[in-house]
Design a protein around this ligand. Sequence first.
Ligand code: KIV
Ligand code: NA
Length: 277
Amino acid sequence: RKILSTTAMKKMKNEKEPIAMVTAYDYPSAKLAEEAQADIIFVGDSLGMVVLGYDSTIPVTMDDMIHHTKAVARGAKNSFVLTDMPFLSYHGSIDHTLRNAARIMQEGSPKAVKMEGGIEISESMSSCVKAGIPVMGHIGLTPQAVNQLGGYRVQGRQPEQAKKLIEDAKALEQAGAFAVVLEMVPEELASYITETISIPTIGIGAGRGCDGQVLVFHDLLQYASPIQPKFVKAYKNVGLEIKNGIEQFVQETKNQTFPSESHVFHMDSDVLKDILD
Ligand code: KIV
Ligand code: NA
């Protein structure tokens, strides 16, 4: 399979072919996402919540992102792998931003990085773009700013917020973003932004008008994900399957129906007899 390029994604937008993006955090999730033909396999900093058990994405470090990106890259060798830049790794000086982006690209080897924020981060973003790193934007609900936003809630319902989001989307396009995630934005506003900018929009809780959709692996599969927002569709309940499987193993160990004859190894009975004589 040919690895998608950022220009191919723009072509998909123009031809109205939806872009399907899914998160993955390790070798098996990446392998399965690739086999399932996801267009973009995304190592989100949501890994802090769904894999590491933190209650926000704020504790996630550069080392965490690189560690997980390496595993995903090994599992999805023929996919466009995208990695989140973690909390405050693309703020402060341009030098700091470039150093962190360079580490992710060189050590994790994804095809691109993603950054949260609008106008405020447009300079950081363009410095990476100028250095040859494709960058995806992310506006609306930006979980790294949860403490400022006062929770995980819909963004852009009020006129001031809506205006700011439209301006942010345009600023990111100007800064050279190849696409932008719209998270928890009313469908009407997300559709307007999608029609207004030339780069693809990838929605999560942003309605039906976006150029693509993204969901978190553990959410869409019900893989012990801690919360279930309204915008998530649960396609499978693998958490239940996994729990049932482990329960059976525990029971069969207790009642000694496992292992059975088919799972055991044998040896020539003479050998044991000889050494014991
Ligand atoms: O980290 C993540 O999973 C994300 C998506 C929800 C867009 O940023
Ligand atoms: Na994220």
